[in-house]
Design a protein. Structure first.
Length: 228
């Protein structure tokens, strides 16, 4: 298993567990995450990873070499992350280390992000002939504004934890982001679950981006890479 799920009080903890691969996700890990999201019976979820090296390095590059254009049209990562984003529970990402590519997009799919001092955020896709298609192009502008999102997506700017805090991408920088996420989650869990669900639905409606356009653009880029 590449995903470990446990409970801490009234909080579900989902922990990525591929430290030897910087927690890069495979289709199998995404399927595990999808099943875990569907099985949540708490009002709060903390998404974290084992170790301190990385939060998530995004898609496993070895598996990406096998991707076909039709894979992008039904992009599994986008579908799973969107399910996480739209789930009725409140999700908090505890980002210790690098959140790169799809790992950054996984953090974006959470309602709140708390970073460790060595966290960094990076979307390198345009330098690889791709785009951030698992929600990055749709969600990042709503959090940091169009100008800053374009700098990250188009120019590949990497953000440190402190820069992410100053931009409003993360709500806190903590030496122990998991503990800080659990503490915040405990406060959220005290609140009315129906009110939380409705408040989140209203907030999500304002951030709803064009995920379909991401998939179509990525499919064209997959086809281009295969033809080169």
């Amino acid at each position: 298993m590449s995903l470990h799920c446990s409970k801490v009080g009234e909080i579900t903890v989902m922990e990525l567990a591929r430290p030897e691969k910087a927690h890069a996700y495979t289709p199998e890990l995404l399927i595990e995450l999808d099943a875990a999201v569907g099985a949540v019976d708490t009002s709060v979820v903390v998404v974290a990873s084992s170790g301190e090296r990385a939060f998530c390095a995004g898609a496993d590059l070895e598996r990406m070499k096998l991707a076909a254009p039709e894979d992008a049209l039904d992009l599994l990562a986008q579908r799973v992350f969107d399910r996480l984003a739209r789930a009725p529970f409140v999700s908090i990402a505890a980002v210790q280390g690098a959140a790169v590519g799809g790992g950054f997009e996984l953090a974006l799919a959470c309602d709140v992000r708390i970073a460790g001092p060595r966290a960094r955020f990076w979307l390198p896709e345009t330098g690889l002939g791709l785009i951030p298609a698992a929600g990055g192009c749709s969600r990042l502008p709503g959090l940091v504004g169009q100008a800053r999102a374009r700098e990250v997506i188009l120019a590949g700017r990497q953000l440190s934890a402190e820069e992410a805090l100053s931009w409003g991408l993360v709500s806190e920088v903590s030496v122990d982001p998991r503990a800080a996420a659990l503490a915040l989650g405990a406060e959220v869990a005290k609140r009315d679950p129906v009110a939380l669900r409705l408040a989140k639905a209203v907030l999500d409606a304002q951030l709803d981006g064009s995920l379909q356009q991401e998939r179509v653009a990525e499919a064209l880029l997959y086809a281009r890479k295969r033809g080169s």
